[in-house]
Design a protein around this ligand. Structure first.
Ligand code: CP
Ligand code: NVA
Length: 313
């Protein structure tokens, strides 16, 4: 399916992957989608394998799309809520990783703290795939760049404007992967909410090689000028509920609405979802001609089939 042997690799964040490997995953995702729509609903490359899916936080898309992805590849998915595992009663992450490695062929995990994933991966003998942490959301970015490639026909030189929370986990993955793919990204965010230094370091290092431009500014109107893609995410991410009041106030000027989309001209609108309609985005934009959010959500399924097929031994 691909020249790149990724079998057995963890996917904690995309800084560990080369541009070529990221492109190969996206191309395999497109191929999975093409085959699905030509009637090949099941491609049994993982027949007889089991995929554990540990969730420490709620999820609609990631949970369902990984479950269906595993099923369409002939594998058996197991949804494991954190508190239904002995983890919830204090069994260590290391011991859980050791035991699950004796049963399953890959572990997908959505966790509160990124260090939990690193600990899981350290002690697991099977690939650990990040289904979102407080730091990054790599499978989201893979699906998103697959969507941008479908809609715009290219990635290199595409201009993406991210409007809102500069410290957002989805933005972090868009920055790292985008820099590797030659995407120019402008982030408009209040000065207090800059991307994580670890993410900026990885993105800027990649950008030096590809020539991608990364700009962090404050003015959303300036960011969207000439943009091909306008992207936003919630102002209050899971785990930040205690800061909700302050965040909702500070981010108010960063709403993506008709006026901003019209200023952008011909840009598409993207959102990883779930959207808080009326906060970071208006109904008019979510349901308007700019929006590609449903195709974007669907592509999670196809790109995650690529990830599971390529990484699971
Ligand atoms: N975009 C995304 O990961 O959505 P869920 O939180 O529903 O999985
Ligand atoms: N930034 C959001 C993404 C949800 C998919 C969160 O972490 O809640």
């Amino acid at each position: 399916m691909s020249l790149y042997n990724l079998k057995g690799r963890d996917l904690l964040w995309l800084a560990d992957y080369t541009s070529e490997e990221i492109r190969a995953i996206i191309q395999t995702g497109l191929e999975m989608k093409r085959r699905y729509y030509s009637g090949e609903r099941v491609i049994e490359v993982l027949k007889g394998r089991s995929i554990a899916m540990i969730f420490e936080k709620p999820s609609t898309r990631t949970r369902v799309s990984f479950d269906v992805a595993a099923t369409q590849l002939g594998a058996h998915p197991l949804y494991l809520g954190w508190n239904e595992l002995q983890l919830g009663r204090g069994e260590t992450i290391a011991d859980t990783a050791r035991v699950l490695s004796r049963y399953v062929d890959a572990i997908v995990a959505r966790v509160k703290r990124h260090q939990t994933l690193e600990e899981l991966a350290k002690h697991a003998d099977v690939p650990v795939i990040n289904g979102l942490s407080d730091l990054v959301h790599p499978v989201q970015a893979l699906g998103d760049y697959m969507t941008i490639l479908e809609k715009k026909g290219r990635l290199e030189g595409v201009k993406l404007a991210f409007i809102g929370d500069g410290g957002d986990n989805v933005l972090h993955s868009l920055l790292i992967a985008g820099a590797k793919l030659g995407v120019n990204i402008t982030v408009a965010t209040p000065s207090k909410y800059k991307p994580h230094p670890r993410v900026m370091e990885a993105a800027l290092e990649a950008a030096r090689e590809t020539g991608a431009e990364i700009k962090i500014i404050e003015d959303p109107r300036e960011a969207v000028r000439g943009a091909d893609v306008v992207y936003t995410d919630v102002w209050v991410s899971m785990g930040q509920e205690g800061e909700a009041e302050e965040r909702l106030r500070i981010f108010r000027p960063y709403q993506v609405n008709r006026e901003l989309m019209e200023l952008a001209g011909g840009a598409i609108f993207m959102h990883c979802l779930p959207a808080m309609r009326g906060q970071e985005v208006t109904d008019e934009v979510m349901d308007g001609p700019w929006s590609v959010v449903w195709d974007q959500a669907e592509n999670r399924l196809h790109v995650q089939k690529a990830v599971l097929a390529l990484l699971t031994p």
